[in-house]
Design a protein around this ligand. Structure first.
Ligand code: SF4
Length: 698
């Protein structure tokens, strides 16, 4: 009833990469309710986070004033009194806090050089804020050591897509599944992590589409699947190469497509011959006849799609995993037509947009390499004479290593929480404690903010205006539904204030000015204007004209690579970085769960979500619990080479008997105390999905 609300604003859900459009209804300065509206991705639907997760913005823990670490505060660390979390900080004016923050970074630059300072930006920011953040580091400190959470997410997928397809974004929206006959969903649990996308997948299955799920964990989606391949963790390449072996040996591939649109097929064909289903079955645990059946169905489909998630990307062979998926689609000609495509499901609301905006160390906006002299010249022109460094920058985990070694002494962290999200997180926490100067900009006193010298209070997503880009390449207008509390400010305003204080001549007064500057270097934004987004709320890139809503499917007429051809890159089977042994006989895998998103800073402060999932938990197979003598709901101790923690155990038949699944949202049982920091050599992504672990009864 419109009489019950003071205002209603159309904006975008702040959580996952699906990018559902919502209507936020406000009454007396508070969110009264949230409804799904007809956005291109969600068509009116919402999941529990979008519908019930917004009241985190009213939580009493919100940062409403700038904070400065007290002179008499003890050493930096997480050992604060939970009843009085702000005890080590004092309130400050914006003037004092901005001066302190900026001068601390500028002083390090003067004493030790620009590379003594690094930046972590955020996918929780708008495109304009992500763009400004990378510009702040690149222009202000003259290097490329700036990154964000894509590194912990789909960096390996993007590396493989850039290498073999020439573009890091999806080739088709997930909604295209309605035009497919067969869809593979691998290393992804969309029912929990991309719930609205999952509803489209279920509809596809209901209409008779063949849904092939491949995952070491059983997922809720398997009820809708025609095939469920629960393979051994870490054996993705073995399974996928075996499927492609069948397609090659039985000549099921699309010869015309391969000849017209690809390169490297003959070397690939020779390589794949060794990976017979019989040999690979011993590794991956899937019967050869099942492998053959799946290969024939996918290759024989009129239109097939492949979706994947962190189960593919978060391995030391994550880039190889994605290379296999790309090759599989190319072999079958399942790219560039309706109902075909490659789709890495993005995890955060704006991880696609922040990556597009250049918040990654190797590339400028629109993935233009810093190593390319013409790219550097372009930005020198747009950024009024700024020299861009040709040396690609350091990634998230590499930066934390340099901090630990004392080579990086200052950081500006915006909306990221490495004290929870980094692998082997005790190492990251020790590193953060060593920093001479840490500026954290966030909406809560996160675990990372506990280590800060200056904390700058930011607006939450429902409190700011700007553009965001979802997993479907849909650029959407996010609108402020209500003002930020207290003195909190929008991130772009704070970045501008800091930039001026470190000597940059920035004069932005509005996010649309930033967007217009982005358009000068980003072809992906051609024909997408602020005005259009205000009117239409979403435009998909690439977009061919002012009236084109954008292309749901791309690369029908070739790829943005040499001669327009995509590439087959062979992948070999490599074992995980650490394999189970006598001391650590099981496999730990980590991830999200439906109600809690990432490090929990938002969803654990959302009252409904916290009420549904209030307690840290892990999942074990009932037979494992029986072997341990632990009842469901009892406590277990998880031990890896990095550390140990105690957590409540749930019985879950979806988890294999030699595995344990642990969500990473809970600070009291922080999963990343246990995880392995070993990196994929290409995407530099840590192996969150595979650590050797021992489980003990408590
Ligand atoms: Fe928000 Fe993702 Fe849920 Fe949509 S599916 S409501 S974007 S969390």
């Amino acid at each position: 009833d419109s009489r019950d609300i003071d205002s209603e604003t159309k904006t975008v859900c702040p959580f996952c990469g699906v990018g559902c459009q919502v209507s936020v209804k406000i009454k007396e300065g508070r969110v009264k309710s949230v409804e799904g509206i007809n956005g291109p991705a969600n068509e009116g639907r919402l999941c529990v986070k979008g519908r019930f997760g917004f009241d985190y913005i009213h939580h009493p823990h919100r940062l409403t004033k700038p904070l400065i670490r007290r002179d008499d505060a003890p050493d930096k660390g997480l050992n604060v009194d939970p009843a009085n979390p702000f005890t080590h900080f004092r309130e400050a004016t914006w003037e004092e806090a901005l001066d302190r923050a900026a001068h601390g970074l500028a002083d390090l630059r003067s004493y030790y050089g620009g590379t003594s300072v690094a930046g972590f930006g955020s996918a929780k920011c708008t495109n304009e804020e992500a763009y400004l953040f990378q510009k702040f580091i690149r222009q202000g400190f003259k290097h490329n050591n700036v990154d964000h959470c894509t590194r912990l997410c789909h960096a390996s997928s993007v590396a493989a897509l850039m290498e073999n397809v020439g573009s890091g974004a999806v080739t088709a929206t997930f909604n295209e599944i309605e035009n497919a006959d067969v869809a593979i969903v691998i290393g992804s649990n969309p029912t929990e992590n991309h719930p609205v996308a999952a509803t489209f997948f279920k509809q596809f299955a209901k209409r008779g589409g063949e849904l092939i799920i491949m995952d070491p964990r059983g997922t809720a989606m398997k009820r809708h699947a025609t095939h469920m391949l629960q393979f051994r963790p870490g054996t993705d390449v073995a399974l996928l190469n075996a499927i492609m072996n069948v397609i090659v040996e039985e000549k099921l591939y699309d010869r015309q497509y391969i000849e017209g649109f690809t390169e490297g097929f003959f070397e690939f064909r020779d390589h794949i011959r060794a990976f017979t289903p019989e040999r690979m079955s011993e590794l991956c645990g899937i019967e050869p006849e099942v492998i053959r059946d799946v290969a024939r169905r996918f290759a024989g489909a009129r239109a097939g799609m492949i979706f994947w998630g962190m189960g593919i990307s978060q391995h030391i062979h994550g880039t190889d995993n994605s290379r296999c998926l790309i090759s599989l689609a190319l072999l079958c000609g399942h790219v560039g037509r309706p109902g075909t495509g490659l789709h890495p499901l993005r995890g955060q609301n704006n991880v696609q947009g922040a990556s597009d905006a250049g918040l990654i160390p190797q590339v400028m906006p629109d993935y233009q390499p810093v190593t390319d002299v013409e790219v550097r010249e372009l930005f020198k022109h747009i950024w009024r004479g700024t020299e861009i460094q040709a040396q690609p920058g350091l990634t998230v985990v590499e930066i934390m290593d340099r901090v630990y070694r004392g080579e990086i002494r200052g950081m500006y962290i915006l909306g990221e929480n490495p004290a929870m999200s980094d692998p082997d997180v005790e190492h990251a926490r020790k590193a953060l404690a060593k920093l001479d100067h840490l500026v954290v900009q966030d909406i809560f006193l996160t675990e990372t903010a506990n280590y800060a010298d200056v904390i700058l209070p930011a607006a939450a997503m429902p409190e700011k205006t700007g553009t965001v880009t979802n997993t479907n390449r849909q650029v959407q207008m996010m609108r402020a539904a209500l003002p930020a509390p207290g003195e909190a400010r929008e991130d772009w305003q704070v970045i501008v204030d800091l930039a001026r204080r470190i000597g940059l001549d920035w004069d932005y007064d509005d996010p649309r000015e930033i967007f217009d500057e982005m358009k000068m270097s980003m072809r992906s934004l051609h024909h997408i204007t602020w005005k259009r987004l205000e009117a239409e709320s979403a435009v998909t890139y690439p977009c061919s004209g002012p009236d084109d809503p954008g292309q749901a499917v791309v690369f029908g007429d070739g790829f943005p690579r040499r001669a327009g051809r995509a590439k087959f890159t062979p992948a070999r089977v490599t074992p995980p970085a650490e394999v189970p042994d006598e001391n650590f006989p099981m496999v730990l895998t980590t991830g999200r769960q439906l109600e809690h998103w990432h490090t929990g800073s938002m969803t654990r402060r959302a009252s409904v979500l916290d009420a549904v999932e209030p307690e840290a938990n892990c999942s074990l197979h009932p037979s494992t619990l029986r072997r341990l003598g632990v009842e469901p709901g009892g406590m277990v101790r998880l031990v890896t080479r990095r550390g140990a923690l105690e957590v409540m155990a749930r019985a879950d038949r979806a988890v294999a008997p030699d595995m344990v699944f642990l969500p990473f949202a809970y600070v009291e049982a922080a999963a990343n105390i246990l995880t392995n920091p070993a990196l994929d050599p290409f995407g530099k992504i840590p192996e969150f999905k595979y650590s050797a672990v021992r489980v003990e009864a408590v």
